[in-house]
Design a protein around this ligand. Structure first.
Ligand code: HEM
Length: 406
């Protein structure tokens, strides 16, 4: 079925947003927005961003180093460390690292986001059925809303921050920040400034949340999975130790030439549950499926789980097996069914950023450190939903003991 006939299902994607690219249902508007933003979503753009990525990866590694130097200290919560990495990459990507206005680099966006993301999506399961529930926030006192939904604090702050950032940009001149995504965005598309900058606020929040959480999630999954098989960790370390280039500064384009690292990241991302929602689309024409005719307007869903968990494609799908990606006879088929970023015109724009974060993070960690899950908790972590978008409320994340290799 041609992608041109498919639209996103507005009912499913109701998050109380209507202006961010993720929820633009109008095809023409979406195409225009995508074209405006496309430079920043190309792999090429990330060549220029390498110094920034190196700084953020170095900052991530310093947390591991501190933990390794103090073996008696409490375990390192890598779920949080990875989300913080995602947060900083997104902040730099959106605003640039030289932004000096209010709420700039001193602001840790990850603080409230840690507690906010999951309630938001849990709430979406209700608000999509009962849209009026979304307006609950406008009639509830701030203190009560923020108690129920800590995201309220974060949202309110961004709502105040974005108009100030736009004003500073206009007042102070454009030269300093003109590479950062946010400024390109508001320059290219006057619609972002309309309705008291609501579209710009929504785009900022969507990118910040989506990018941060999915990077954190992918890295947590890759780390968790490799810890289920210590021999894989050893093998990865050996490959990284002998890499023919400096891992500290190597971009994804170089790192993907390391076969075992490549296999580990592919397999870790395959097994994460973050991208496993329904991704429903509506076809504007009737669809013939075998003997069934689905009327135009029927929502049709496809989830990556249909492939990623299929025994016939990924033999023993719930076991972490990087080696399956090294079997040259099969790899083409696996590639065809590996689909975490979606397909077609609505597929993920953040893929190049995600690759930089995951490959560079994994390479720099496992070259230097040997990790072990804190306590005997592998199964508990899984049961608590560590790999789900919505872990149980009591899930504290993946905590590891960090040691040096002998
Ligand atoms: C491993 C990490 C990631 C995975 C698995 C992932 C997965 C996905 C998937 C499956 C979609 C399609 C969703 C749908 O149609 O409902 C999507 C869309 C999107 N993603 Fe990602 N994503 C990741 C990282 C990122 C990052 C880092 C960003 C940074 C900004 C990002 C930005 C977006 C945007 C803007 C869209 C909407 C595209 C459109 O509708 O035109 N993603 N992502």
């Amino acid at each position: 079925m041609s992608d041109a006939k498919l639209d996103k299902d507005p009912w499913y994607y109701y998050f109380g947003f209507e202006n961010a690219i993720f929820v633009l249902f109008d095809k023409v508007k979406h195409k225009k927005r995508q074209t405006n933003l496309s430079n920043h979503f190309r792999g090429q753009y990330w060549n220029d961003m390498q110094p920034m990525v190196t700084t953020e990866i170095t900052s991530l590694i310093s947390k591991f180093e501190l933990s390794a130097m103090n073996p008696e200290s409490s375990a390192l919560n890598v779920s949080k460390a990875y989300r913080k990495l995602g947060n900083e990459l997104l902040r730099n990507f959106l605003l640039g690292n030289d932004y000096n206005g209010p709420n700039s680099s001193s602001r840790d966006f990850s603080k409230e986001a840690d507690t906010s993301y999951q309630p938001l999506f849990r709430a979406a399961a209700w608000t999509r059925h009962f849209h009026w529930m979304f307006y609950f926030q406008f009639i509830t006192p701030n203190w009560l809303f923020e108690l129920l939904m800590p995201m309220g604090v974060y949202k309110r702050e961004i709502e105040q921050m974005i108009p100030n950032i736009i004003k500073d940009y206009d007042d102070l001149g454009k030269s300093a920040h003109n590479k950062a995504f946010f400024y390109q965005m508001i320059d290219h598309d006057p619609e972002y400034r309309e309705k008291a900058a609501k579209p710009a606020i929504e785009e900022f929040m969507e990118m910040m949340w989506g990018g941060r959480e999915s990077i954190g999630h992918a890295l947590t999954s890759c780390t968790y999975q490799i810890l289920t098989r210590p021999e894989c960790q050893e093998r990865l370390h050996q490959e990284l130790k002998n890499a023919p280039f400096d891992l500290r500064t190597a971009p994804y384009a170089k790192l993907k030439t390391l076969p075992y690292l490549w296999a580990v990241c592919k397999e870790g991302i395959r097994m994460q549950f973050g991208c496993r929602f329904r991704i429903p689309r509506i076809c504007r024409e009737p669809v013939q499926y075998k003997d069934y005719t689905l009327p135009a307007g029927t929502a049709i869903s496809m989830s990556p789980s249909f492939f990623h968990d299929d025994e016939e494609i990924f033999l023993d799908p719930h076991t972490f097996k990087p080696e399956r990606w090294l079997d040259s006879e099969n790899v083409e088929t696996l590639e065809k069914f590996w689909n975490p970023f979606g397909n077609g015109s609505r597929s993920c724009g953040g893929r190049p950023m995600a690759y930089e974060a995951v490959f560079r993070g994994m390479a720099n960690i496992f070259e230097r450190y040997r990790l072990e899950v804190d306590g005997d908790r592998m199964k508990d972590l899984y049961d608590e939903g560590l790999l789900e978008v919505f872990p149980q409320a009591n899930s504290v994340g993946l905590r590891v003991k960090v040691g040096y290799w002998d």
